[in-house]
Design a protein around this ligand. Structure first.
Ligand code: HEM
Length: 460
């Protein structure tokens, strides 16, 4: 029995509805961090009326939930919090547990190991370079570009090339990204009132349905075609369409569709969301911007970006680590307790909803100095070791740990370095670092950017 069980269990402290509600209405994300700070790392129960989840924030406790006793804290795709996500991605790797999850994870994971990702760097750098070429024209004419659209196009070109075998065209990929954006916004009312039955219409439902149809019209024909003509390609369609049995039955077209959509959404939305914070951060932290540009000038200069550059972009990586601390795309990780247990002195009843949030723990004063300050130095190799190592977990942990983390950590520096080696980027207006709550965390407004070409001869 671990130390976690050796104390007498008490009932979790509760944040009463009358105290929780006004703060949640004003600013839900600040409210969650506030409740966690006030509880000082103890498990706290949030009273949202009929929905009363337990928020687990201490690094020791969350490691227990996500990893050490993961089999007792399942994702329970049928649970309240998952319902809106399930309506979009159905039976996908992101939602289910058991044999179906094992089968999807088993076939997809080999595509994302550190070793395989390493082999994708040059193809990805080339695709990013091609997408960034399209910015030469607005840069030459001084026309502003929208940060979200620009990032979406770059990420789509890179991701469709290395993960989806160019089977989805970039314009179609952009339509899927837009549809997923609609879904993310349209599901917020249902995330806020998760106990509302599907049969009762809510704001956002129609936009949600239309967006799902847009996605299906693009991906279903590709799946049918790949099933008709199987090949040994290493892209996501070919991999998921290979025959495999789950629970004694052949995998269905619907299940393949759900995994394709989940993989599309995780591989694009997360990267776009995290990188969309770069512009407001650089605008409000000119010293970080200067150091980042300086590193990229030194390492990349006028060269075409390639594999050998990535390991040398050390400050770029520190900036990314800090972006992932303050704005982790997967900001909420819900679980359901299978059996009751005593977690760090608090009784967790069977069936309880558990909320683990990288966003919350990574901003708690108990574990981070000046938690709200953007300071990449925290991740410097010479920084003192963190007392609570597990207070940083932007990619989750345990059996469901993100399979895309190596890909992200390769792709994001390539995008930043390609852009900043070719342009000086000015953001219009003032950078605002307050996130908008949604399926992932994005700035409240997409930045408008002016790009000034860096004047130097381009090496071939
Ligand atoms: C900034 C980038 C990203 C962040 C912050 C992030 C975060 C996370 C987190 C927190 C989880 C755990 C969910 C849970 O435990 O329930 C997760 C799972 C997952 N992520 Fe990511 N992710 C990122 C990028 C990606 C990318 C690029 C891909 C795909 C290429 C990806 C694919 C997945 C998948 C498939 C899962 C589910 C794994 C499973 O349940 O077995 N993610 N991610």
């Amino acid at each position: 029995m671990s130390a976690i069980h050796e104390v007498t269990a008490t009932t979790a402290g509760t944040v009463p509805l009358r105290r929780a509600l006004p703060r949640l209405v004003r600013s839900p994300l600040d409210a969650l961090v506030g409740f966690a700070d006030e509880a000082g790392g103890e498990i706290v129960r949030l009273n949202f009326g009929t929905f009363r989840p337990y928020m687990v924030t201490h690094p020791t406790h969350l490691q227990h939930v996500l990893r050490d006793n993961a089999s007792n804290y399942t994702r329970d795709g049928k649970g309240l919090l998952w319902r809106p996500v399930r309506r979009a991605v159905g039976e996908a790797i992101l939602v289910v547990e058991g044999p179906l999850w094992e089968s999807s994870r088993g076939v997809l994971q080999p595509l994302f190991t550190a070793k395989r990702v390493e082999t994708l760097i040059d193809a990805m750098a080339a695709a990013i370079g091609e997408a960034v070429d399209a910015l030469d024209e607005p840069a030459r004419t001084g026309q502003a570009v929208d940060a979200s659209d620009t990032l979406s196009r770059i990420v789509c070109q890179a991701t469709m090339r290395v993960l989806f075998g160019d089977k989805i065209s970039v314009p179609d990929a952009m339509r899927i990204v837009a549809a997923l954006g609609t879904i993310a916004t349209a599901m917020v009312p249902r995330l806020l009132v998760p106990f509302m039955p599907d049969a009762i219409p809510m704001p956002g439902d129609r936009a949600f349905r239309d967006a799902v149809r847009t996605i299906d019209d693009i991906v279903l024909p590709i799946i049918s075609e790949t099933l008709r003509r199987p090949d040994d390609g290493q892209d996501i369609f070919s991999t998921l369409c290979r025959p495999r049995m789950v629970n004694g039955q052949q995998i269905t077209e619907r299940q393949i569709r759900d995994d394709v959509v989940a993989m599309f959404s995780t591989s694009t939305e997360t990267t776009i969301a995290v990188l969309s914070w770069l512009w407001p951060v650089l605008d409000t932290h000119p010293e970080v911007a200067a150091r980042l540009v300086d590193e990229i000038d030194q390492v990349v200069g006028a060269e075409q970006l390639q594999r050998s550059h990535v390991a040398e972009l050390r400050y770029t990586r520190m900036v990314l680590d800090e972006l992932l601390r303050l704005f982790p795309a997967g900001w909420m990780i819900p679980r359901t307790a299978v059996e009751s247990e005593n977690l760090g002195g608090t009784r967790i009843p069977s069936g309880a909803t558990i909320l683990v949030s990288p966003y919350v723990t990574q901003r708690m004063a108990a574990f981070w100095e000046r938690p709200g300050a953007f300071d990449p130095e925290r991740f410097s190799p010479t920084a003192p070791r963190r007392e609570h190592r597990n207070s940083y977990f932007p990619f989750g942990g345990g059996p469901h740990q993100c399979i895309g983390q190596y890909l992200f950590l390769m792709e994001a520096p390539l995008i930043i370095a390609t852009l900043l080696s070719r342009f000086r980027i000015q953001m219009h207006g003032k950078g605002d670092l307050t996130p908008r709550m949604g399926a992932s965390l994005r700035p409240r407004q997409s930045a408008q950017l002016t790009l000034v070409p860096v004047d130097r001869p381009r090496a071939s």
